[in-house]
Design a protein around this ligand. Sequence first.
Ligand SMILES: C[S@@+](CC[C@H](N)C(=O)[O-])C[C@H]1O[C@@H](n2cnc3c(N)ncnc32)[C@H](O)[C@@H]1O
Length: 192
Amino acid sequence: MSHTDWEARYQSGDMPWEKGAPSPGLVDFLAEHRDLTGETVCVPGCGTGHDAREWAQADFSVYGYDLAPSAIRLSIERTRAAGLHAEFQLVDFLREEPPFQFDWIFEHTLYCAIYPGERKQYVQAVRRWLKPGGRYLAVNYLIPDHDGPPFGTTREELIERFAPHFSLLSEWVPRSYPNRTGLELMIWWRKI
Ligand SMILES: C[S@@+](CC[C@H](N)C(=O)[O-])C[C@H]1O[C@@H](n2cnc3c(N)ncnc32)[C@H](O)[C@@H]1O
């Protein structure tokens, strides 16, 4: 199976994931946890940076990564235009080494974007990029699709993959973009 050419999708404007706004579940999470601030957060597969900017607005030290050059360019431009600060870099999250281990990783439609055969590598990457005791916050997309991206998953699969390495702090069905209502599950983990 050939891999998705993400840069080509940005260049042709074929970006159905691009909602022009951060994940509603993340917005609510940060609003409810105003005590959490000042720590480092890694946003892999950051797209055009909406979620990264939401973390920046909550005073986190934010690092957004993506393997599509257009995503990084748009993230930098839009973050500057918003008067916010975040670092953005061209990185393959699954294959590269972190610059340091983060306090937080925030996942939003990266797990469902990669090929299911790469999920083991994804879990290893989250472990590698996160410091011991670090928190992994995921907006999981629970759809049945096998012919993605997006590729579906289930709560059971996520628990099986992550529970050996992370303790589950909390899980809930978040507020979502209109076309994803009821299809998302947020899971908040702490690296063991
Ligand atoms: C479906 S989009 C989601 C973008 C963003 N999270 C959002 O929700 O708007 C998936 C993003 O992950 C990026 N991506 C795919 N594989 C990646 C990898 N191995 N490392 C870093 N970014 C990756 C793509 O370029 C794309 O921007």
